[in-house]
Design a protein around this ligand. Structure first.
Ligand code: ATP
Ligand code: MG
Length: 113
């Protein structure tokens, strides 16, 4: 099992949610977050300028899925969220050891779907 954490522009979220639903992604966790990347929150950097680090509002979407779903989800996220401007976001992928469904006690794949 893998976890995808996608940090995206807030305005991309509704379309992404719809496209993920069409792909069959059922379970997800969404948070409103603030962050900065390479540009440290600067929209444009010019030589010699002093700047303070600004945080931009972003949406974080977390999904735990089976391994074979990772590539199709990455494709949907990139197709939906790319504007090709800085700040489009990132996707972090990690391995999940176990999942429990609290109601039934199911674990692993059975607890995911
Ligand atoms: N290394 C990181 N660790 C944790 N969160 C990050 C990291 N890089 C980016 N983020 C998160 O992703 C958001 C969007 O980052 P952003 O798209 O600006 O990344 P970038 O690496 O600067 O890419 P780009 O050059 O396309 O802007 C940030 O606001 C922050 O919340
Ligand atoms: Mg950036």
């Amino acid at each position: 099992m893998k976890k995808l954490e996608a940090i995206i522009r807030p305005e991309a979220f509704q379309t992404l949610r719809q496209n993920l639903d069409e792909l069959g992604v059922k379970g997800l966790t969404v948070s409103e977050v603030a962050g900065c990347g390479q540009q440290k929150g600067q929209e444009g950097i010019f030589r010699g300028s002093r700047f303070e680090i600004k945080l931009y509002p972003k949406v974080k979407v977390e999904m735990v899925v089976e391994e074979q779903e990772v590539d199709p989800i990455i494709n949907v996220i990139t197709e939906t969220c790319a504007t090709n401007e800085v700040g489009d976001g990132k996707i972090f992928i990690s391995t999940i050891d176990e999942v429990y469904r609290i109601r039934t006690g199911e674990t692993g794949k059975a607890a995911l779907i």
